[in-house]
Design a protein around this ligand. Structure first.
Ligand code: KIV
Length: 257
């Protein structure tokens, strides 16, 4: 069964879809053993480059990271997150997606929904490209972080948005910071799987930004479970190195030629 088919049929497999982001070959190598989907996310802008928001990252920079990530993926699905202003109309989307597929050999792309770009998504899926949707808090289009779908009118809008994305041919959809009951409702309403980030256990799968989960990003909203603080561990290690260098304990003879 191809990975896309497996993702689509995940409800029959009766287990959740496991997804994380990766921006480099060494980390993708570890993730590939445990994840169904690895997302080369535009969160690289904030988590890796320290940019103010994800709108600043350039397509070519993301492509370089995806080339690195691709090198160690053997079994997971590699999804490339199309960055801001690269799919504003059909012509632009086709040109940039073609470039991404050619250069990175990714399996699918992800488009953030702005509530209107369903036709662009449909054009891409009609030409055989695998597309993942993304609704709720969509950082490319929403300036301030806030939970989504708390008001009735927002709820209706998100339900329709999800359905439009499914009808446009997406194979899965990310729900970001969508209220619990609404995430449950949307998941029930759709045939394609939902992948939640801050959107409850009722989604068909979960995604987190790896750098948040390992405690390296410095950004830990309540939907993040920080499994380890690599920052703390690295602080200890680098401090030891510093002491070794200062005290002339490194390098030893065994470290020399
Ligand atoms: O860029 C990213 O990492 C994402 C996930 C948070 C879904 O879009």
């Amino acid at each position: 069964m191809s990975s896309i088919k497996k993702i689509k049929n995940i409800r029959n497999l009766k287990r959740k879809i496991v997804c994380l982001t990766a921006y480099s070959k060494p980390l993708a190598k570890i993730l590939d053993k445990y994840c169904d989907i690895i997302l080369m996310g535009d969160s690289v802008a904030t988590a890796f480059y320290g940019m103010k928001n994800t709108r600043e990252i350039k397509l070519d920079t993301m492509i370089n990271h995806a080339i690195s990530v691709r090198k160690s993926i053997k079994k997971s699905l590699l999804v490339f997150d199309m960055p801001f202003n690269t799919y504003r109309n059909i012509k632009e989307a086709k040109k940039n997606v073609k470039k991404v597929l050619l250069k990175t050999n990714c399996d699918a792309i992800k488009l953030e929904s702005n509530g209107k770009n369903f036709k662009i998504l449909k054009t891409l899926t009609n030409s055989g490209i695998k597309v993942m949707g993304h609704i709720g808090y969509t950082p490319q289009y929403k300036k301030n972080f806030s939970p989504q779908g708390l008001k009735h009118n927002e709820e209706i809008k998100l339900i329709n948005e999800a359905k439009n994305i499914e009808d446009a041919g997406a194979f899965a959809i990310v729900l970001e910071c969508v209220n619990v009951d609404l995430a449950k409702k949307i998941t029930k309403n759709l045939q394609i799987p939902t992948i939640g980030i801050g959107s409850s256990k009722y989604c068909d799968g979960q995604i987190l930004v790896l750098d948040d989960l390992i405690g390296l990003s410095g950004f830990y909203p309540k939907f993040v479970k920080k499994y380890i603080s690599l920052e703390k561990i690295l602080n200890k290690v680098i401090k030891k190195f510093r002491n070794d260098v200062i005290k002339n304990n490194f390098p030893k003879i065994s470290n020399t030629y």
